[in-house]
Write a protein that binds this ligand. Structure first.
Ligand SMILES: [Zn+2]
Ligand SMILES: [Zn+2]
Length: 103
């Protein structure tokens, strides 16, 4: 496998908090934001090995596929896998709509 982590398609429109921890005492979560698919900021992405990046990339949580009322893509992480993964809120909304249509 050979993944090009610098490819433009690796960068989405939504900024996520970096998943890495700082090396400071207490190991606080990194405060930087990242649009990269691995959810690592530029600094941590440079520090991680290729194998670590591949791991993060393959185990990433897909973003919710719903569109918000403002017309933009929902920025939450999905909690329910499937063809169209949804975040908790949109998943509940879908269930509600399906119940309505069933009546
Ligand atoms: Zn970071
Ligand atoms: Zn959502």
């Amino acid at each position: 496998m050979n993944i090009d982590f610098e490819h433009p398609s690796m960068y989405g429109t939504v900024r996520h908090r970096c998943v890495c921890r700082t090396k400071a005492i207490g190991q606080e979560r990194c405060k930087r934001k990242s649009r990269h698919a691995t959810k690592t900021c530029w600094q941590h992405k440079a520090e991680l090995t290729y194998e670590e990046l591949v791991n993060l990339y393959l185990n990433r949580i897909p973003q919710c596929t719903s569109i918000t009322r403002k017309g933009s893509r929902c920025s939450r992480d999905s909690r329910f896998a499937g063809d169209a993964p949804k975040c908790t809120q949109h998943h509940n909304m879908t269930l509600y709509l399906e119940e309505e249509e069933a009546e």
